[in-house]
Design a protein around this ligand. Structure first.
Ligand SMILES: Nc1ncnc2c1ncn2[C@@H]1O[C@H](COP(=O)(O)OP(=O)(O)OP(=O)(O)O)[C@@H](O)[C@H]1O
Length: 655
């Protein structure tokens, strides 16, 4: 006897069966099923055998569709990670019904509790991985099937269209500079044509073998002398003179353009005070500039001090101030300094005062602006405008930082502080220049950015010396040292400066050249102390060293006569670096050559960098392997020697 009666709904077929019998009932059921299947087939096309999805993959396929409808969980959308997190936590995120969690899915697949679903991450269905979308059975992409094409507004095409370059809005002093001729040899001005220069200085210039001024000197010297025409204590008519910015090619004589007028302006000083301060980025450059000042102050009472940290702080202090019974006596009229050491003296040298500073010269100005984070300039300005005691309203010469020039502000004569900026690659960026707090600046420039239609020169950011020819040499990494050796040996009589991008590269190349033999080479980098570096430069200048392999430590400002060739063993990363490196040759109107060795992978980027900077296209210079072949046996020996030396050096370092 049955304990339970299971009441089952017999369905509409049961009623028919009661009338017709069980065979008819089965047929009716079959027909009903068939018609349902037909209906379903009409609604969605049947998948082919091969594409017939398993239950799990069918589930997976529906998920990307939901995403594609622009739901916030689309990959890459800001909400996506949040959604992922929610799903991992087992939350049902959307209102479209419960979504299976990782645990849920694992359980359905017969996995232990908490195990991830097969196929990697539980959040990632196989079809989603790598953003790949599955195709519909008819071959069309899934999105086409899932979404009937909705009428959409296309906002603009995606074809490449040439857009006009946005021109920066520059202040008039930058767009309308005083023009300086680029070609030195054509723009020479005889010394006697600028009679404003003191006869003693003219004599000194002639003694140095200088009979004419270079164009930048002919433009800047008279302008500076004019601004100091009323003496160094007051500007002309009591006004603060304009600050000057000078942008002229490498080797065009910018140093003398400030040395001559500064020395002349201070010639008639009675009491010694620091009245001119020249700030440069490196010790070597500071030394070079102080040498030039020494030449032109030699026969004058003016004194020059060099503060770069090459000597001890105490030694430098001795050259700056002297303790007297009633305070301190200043010992230098002109101070040439590197920024770090200068700040040390402002902080630590008692009696070192910049309150009488009249000229602040910033050489290699673009580089110095980059080092502004050291905040040396605010320290200098603060020291220059430092007031001792309460301001005396009727004092003849006051020093105040002008906020704005007004009738009231000009009624008391100011002792001016004039800033003079010099560089071959002076920045055009007003924001950067603004950091210098320039007063009514005036620009002297040969730069192509300021060229007029009459110049006939190809527009470019920076100007190069007229005597410079530059090439690039396509090569492989292994052939680079061999190419350097070939270029050096082919020019046995001229000095060669070879630049690398790191001191390690400089060192290895130097060891290799040394092992190869036959070339007098030296390296110049921060591996050596300032004293050793000075000696190396001197020997290079004297011609005792033919090939100097250097980091960018010698790329700026260093003036060595007789450098006929510059080789960029490593391609420079910036256009400015390129300008300064190649500018070590073709100086003072002479001719010079520069070769840049380029690997295949560097070629496009490097040439593009030059093109964007407006540099005229470099000539490609192929060096056939037959030319290098005779050097190969010796070179291979040198390579194995290098290997041994490097190993020994490593051992020594580790010891
Ligand atoms: N009027 C002149 N006649 C002959 N030689 C000159 C004259 N003026 C400068 N020189 C020489 O030209 C060379 C380059 O000068 P300087 O170092 O001042 O160039 P620069 O413009 O400062 O270069 P860089 O931008 O590379 O620092 C120096 O050797 C200098 O003695």
């Amino acid at each position: 006897m049955a304990l339970f009666h299971v009441a089952r709904y017999p369905g509409p077929e049961a009623a028919a069966a009661e009338e017709t019998g069980p065979g008819e009932r089965a047929r009716a059921l079959l027909e009903r099923l068939q018609s349902r299947a037909r209906e379903r087939q009409q609604r969605e096309p049947a998948p082919s055998e091969a594409d017939a999805p398993s239950e799990a993959s069918g589930r997976r396929r529906r998920r990307p569709r939901r995403r594609r409808r622009g739901s916030p969980e689309a990959p890459g959308s800001p909400e996506a990670p949040q959604e992922k997190r929610r799903r991992a936590d087992g939350e049902h995120a959307d209102a479209g019904g419960p979504r299976r969690t990782r645990v849920d899915r694992g359980r359905r697949a017969g996995l232990p509790f908490g195990a991830p679903a097969p196929g990697g991450s539980s959040e990632e269905a196989p079809g989603e991985r790598g953003g790949r979308s599955e195709a519909a059975p008819d071959g069309r992409p899934a999105e086409e099937v899932a979404e009937p094409a909705a009428p959409a507004l296309v906002l603009g095409g995606f074809g490449r269209r040439k857009t006009s370059k946005v021109q920066p809005f520059l202040p008039p002093w930058l767009t309308e500079p005083s023009r300086v001729r680029k070609d030195i040899t054509e723009g020479l001005v005889p010394i006697e044509d600028i009679p404003e220069v003191h006869p003693d200085l003219q004599k000194q210039l002639r003694a140095q073998g200088i009979s004419s001024y270079f164009p930048v000197q002919a433009a800047v010297i008279p302008a500076l002398l004019e601004s100091a025409a009323s003496g160094f204590l007051v500007g002309r008519g009591g006004y603060q003179p304009s600050d000057l910015c000078v942008s002229a090619p490498t080797g065009s004589g910018k140093t003398l353009a400030f040395v001559i007028p500064v020395v002349q302006a201070l010639l008639r000083r009675v009491v010694c005070h620091v009245r001119a301060l020249v700030v440069l980025p490196t010790k070597e450059l500071a030394q070079q500039v102080s040498k030039v000042f020494n030449i032109y102050t030699d026969a004058t009472p003016l004194r020059v001090a060099l503060v770069t940290g090459q000597k001890t702080l105490a030694k430098e202090q001795e050259s700056l101030v002297q303790k007297t019974a009633d305070g301190y006596r200043c010992l230098a009229d002109i101070v040439v300094a590197t920024p770090g050491r200068l700040v040390d003296h402002i902080d630590q040298t008692s009696g070192f005062s910049l309150q009488q500073l009249r000229f602040l010269v910033v050489d290699e100005a673009d580089r110095m602006i980059d080092s502004m984070h050291q905040s040396w300039l605010p320290r200098v300005v603060a020291a220059a405008f430092q007031s001792t005691g309460p301001r005396e309203p009727r004092a003849l010469l006051q020093r105040r930082q002008l906020q704005a020039e007004t009738a009231a502000s000009t009624c008391c004569p100011q002792m001016p502080l004039q800033k003079l900026l010099f560089s071959a690659t002076l920045t055009q960026n007003p924001e950067k220049l603004q950091q210098l707090g320039l007063h009514r600046p005036r620009l002297f420039s040969t730069g192509a950015a300021h060229r007029g239609p009459d110049d006939g020169d190809v527009g470019g950011k920076y100007a190069f010396p007229a005597g410079l020819t530059h090439h690039y040499v396509p090569c492989s990494l292994g052939a680079k040292p061999l190419l350097v050796l070939h270029l050096v040996l082919a020019r046995s009589r001229s000095r060669v400066l070879c630049f690398t991008n790191s001191r390690e590269n400089s060192h290895r190349l130097f060891l290799l050249v040394q092992a190869f033999g036959g070339v007098n080479a030296a390296e110049f980098s921060s591996r050596y102390g300032p004293g050793q570096r000075q000696t190396i430069l001197k020997q290079f200048e004297q011609g005792k060293i033919q090939l100097l392999i250097s980091t960018d430590a010698t790329a700026r400002g260093i003036d060595v006569r007789g450098v006929g060739l510059v080789v960029n063993y490593d391609a420079p990363q910036y256009l400015r670096t390129y300008v300064h490196r190649v500018g070590r040759t073709a100086r003072a109107g002479n001719a010079g050559q520069a070769f840049t060795l380029l690997l295949k992978v560097q070629e496009r980027r490097f040439l593009q960098m030059l093109t964007e900077g407006g540099v005229p296209a470099l000539e490609r210079h192929e060096l056939p392997s037959e030319l290098l072949q005779p050097l190969v046996p010796r070179y291979e020996e040198a390579l194995s020697q290098l290997e041994r030396t490097v190993k020994e050096e490593r051992k020594l370092k580790a010891a």
